[in-house]
Design a protein around this ligand. Sequence first.
Ligand code: CA
Length: 617
Amino acid sequence: MLKRPRADDRRVRNTLWFGGIVVVVCSTLGVAGQERSRKSAPPASLIPTADCASLTKLTFEGNTSIASAAPVTGGTLAASADQTLTNLPSFCRVVGVSKPTSDSDINFEVWLPTLTWNGKFLSSGEGAYAGTMNYTRRGLDGGLDELVRRGYATASTDTGHGASDRNWAIGHPERVIDYAYRSKHLVTVAAKGLIAAYYGNGPSHSYLNSCSNGGRQALMEAQRYPDDYDGFVVGAPWNFQSHSTAGFIWDAQVLSAPGAAIPATKLPAINKAVLDACDAKDGVTDGVIEEPNRCTFDPSTLLCKAGDSDSCLTPAQVTALKKLYAGPSNPRTGESIFPGWALGGESSWRNLVTSAEGPNPLGKTYFADLVYGNTDWDFKTFDFDSGMALADSKAGALTNAVGTDFAALKRKGVKIIQYHGWNDQTLQPAYSPAYYDRVTKAMGGAAQTQDFYRLFMVPGMTHCYSGPGANSFGAVGQQLVPRDAAHDIQTALETWVEKGVAPDKLIATKYTDDLPTTRTVKFTRPLCPYPQVAQYTSGDKNDATSFVCVKPSSGRRRLVELEVGSRAIRSQKLLQPCVFSLGLVHCGNVRIGVLPHCEEVLPRAAWYRASMSLIRS
Ligand SMILES: [Ca+2]
């Protein structure tokens, strides 16, 4: 009797192969069998050829062994004390450990779909200082549960230490290396080996899609191990750890200065003032600033005029706010160490302003543990000149992934899609375009970069997900979206890698709230490949089709004329270089008007006061 293959691994053991025809000697349908009965039979190459339990015999690079391998059936898995995963397909759950050094203890899991494999490996990533498996995002995107539901073979690692181990780094230089880059590589090697052993052939393609520290892991893999993956989704990468964390120390020093602490109760007023200054300038008043790096807002406008209140700032707070936006700089040279926080995201700064009581745990751990090896280290003593040199040489050399030469990767056909929310309150978002600019320069220009590496800035999205902007597009922690190349960044990456079709834009979705159960779409917006930005054209402002991706004209400096109503006004003298961007005219730091409705925005005299050259798009 010829039957389709079963899901149950016990029965897969009984599978015999005759000239490519699968013969199974049993009849009882299990849960996965029911899964299978609803679909046509997968190609033989996607069906296990080995017993799940037999994978325990395997060993891999880095003194890697397999502790257990067992089928998970029935759709449910109690992955940890507080994480019971449901609605799972049947899969082979492999638990392994790598001990590349005597002090290493890298735990990992690899999940292999039994009869629903799509032929690909998609690794999750691990946020912050890791320490736990990325089992689930609780109904949202990017956990092992959702990845295996989608048919991928997938993997996660604690990167070599447990989250409860507060002293994993001090006195453990090898564990720092495991966290920095070694664990992800070793798990990747093991996962690909397990896939090959289980299915009889390796993955057709391997991908890594993650955010934050996971974004750092992706760029680290791309730079240190270019053979590991075919494509990366790099979210809000923490790839310049030594400088990003210096920013956290900067914030703590700034806000702990006498009188400088900014109460969270003042954040709404700050955010409102910023939005009043810049929200509408992108053509849509929606609480989101399309280009925060072009927003000109002076915190001094919030200075209290008659007594302190939540609607204004004291002089010391104004000074502090300016420094938060500016980011850390070297006190000796004045050189910027890292960007500050972007304009428009202040509503999400509740944790950030608690830096007045000391740096956030990410910054404290980095400098106290990884740089100084001293849990009593006092952030107030940090010197942004000599301290940075030590941070870069000691910890940064391991944890940073800021290389700019991707030539070998590009030759292999590997693609990278990076994204970063402009309202990011955890990792300073302006670093993503700054880094991308550096890569672009090193790779010989925009065309030579965009053919393998694209960056999509996400207006109004906070760290990795959430925020008032359109914030779901298939990345970790986001609400689930349609799995097509337009809406899902992972599918877009695969389409680029496997079919050669690059993403000219992505459509991000904002649901009415950020809960996983909410499926009501509030609005959609295009995300544009940097340096392009979305510009409203006409029609429904809640519909992505009402926007187009345009290239800002920054740097184009030309003398032209602007028609105000029917009257052409010509400047007599160019006092400042002016640029046209997004329907706005910028002269120096002055944002002057909106085309083609400038009459409605500013009285004519304002144009003359600006002594500007008049510009037509
Ligand atoms: Ca806006």
